[in-house]
Design a protein around this ligand. Sequence first.
Ligand code: FES
Ligand code: FE2
Length: 470
Amino acid sequence: MISRIPRLLFENILVPVADVLTKSVSNFAGHKSDQSYNSNATRVSTISDEEIEFYLNLKSAVLLLCLALCIAGFSVLMYFLYVLVFVPYNRVKRLGSIGYQNHEEGHLSKKDIANLVRRRRKVGDDLPPVFPNGWFRLVDSQQLEPGQVKQVTALGEHFAVFRSKSGKASILDAYCPHMGGNLAVGGIVKNDCLECPFHGWRFDGDGKCVAIPYSEKIPTFAKTKSWPCREVNKAIFVWFHCDGKEPEWEIPDISEISTGKFTYKGRVEHHANTHIQDVPENGSDLAHLSHLHVPHAMSGANLSTQYSSWWNFAEHIFKAQCIGPADGEPHISLFYLTHYLHVFKRFKLLSLNLNVYQIGPGIVHLHFDSPFGKGVFVQTLTPVEPLHLVLTHNLHASWSIPVWLGRIFLYLEAIQVDRDVMIWNNKTFEPRPKLLKEDSLIAKYRRWYSQFYTENSPRLTLKSEDGNGW
Ligand code: FES
Ligand SMILES: [Fe+2]
């Protein structure tokens, strides 16, 4: 039956189409019209052999062209299906992509508007420090192959993140202690070491210099700073402490990821222009869940311009319950979140129950249970500059959630985060918010979060005339 389908398509669609096209071209070229031929190209009137040959050649050419177009269209369709079904989602929204559409400087590029808004932002004196102490993601594991080095700028530092040939990830200061060459730009991974591109000094993962090409002796001062590094849950993290203290806690390993029970389904990445505390604080802001995130995701991010009443029939309903700090682990805060799509105010679809663990200032694990299976969103937040953050959500889930379904989960999540980014990109940090009784969780959350700042935590200082400061 299936093998007959291509033949039927060929005979009933391609051949008639080719016939019509051939006759049109033939007529256009001034040859005899279809009255001159029957379907077998038998001569029924006085026409020359050359004309019959021309017609048959033309018909073959048109048939071949139609066939080629069909194959090309089919290949494109197959490619899109392949991407949809097998390739994990990867959506990146850079600074300037979201939330700057309504500004009066519409003639400027989004990037220029983003910079303008950043420059003009009203920043009070009471802004909390911009780089808290904790673990921060620098790259995803799959973004760093063995033998590869990457430069990452974050937390006011320049890091050279490299993976040895044997697979171990390490993080060194990007600037070489010899004469300041950048180890991550042009540097080469040689076995377990990183070689500087400038004069060839070679450093191991602990920052120790193990070879200098033009010297037999390696002095003890020949070493560079090695940053505490962990590779866990398919990402590489650096420990940042303003006083250079060693890690005070560890990132929980999600056993379903490390044992392969959950597999990778994709990621979304947002760049946001806001203070780092605004992002995790979102979880304790219950009122915004019942306002900003209620309209259906298909209404888009900017509800003032994209909202469509066509999608009124369905709303996202969120409910949250704060549990508070985990026992014996004050750096972890737990809350429960439930979500469902309320359709025609009667039916509940896409139910999700989430256990949300905020781990330090830059990591959130959102474990969910859905009718399709279980999974976890690993959320990370890294300040690349004082008010410029990179927020990632990586989805790992059970086999029952295929990649295409993971795409839908991630897309819906991404639109909701787009809405937050639109708010963050344009708001100011309010150190003394006017909170109602119903907002009390926000004050509680701020007290909890303050544990990640210490006396010397870096603060935002406006750029001074002499160029010092941020
Ligand atoms: S600057 Fe790196 S080896 Fe000289
Ligand atoms: Fe939000």
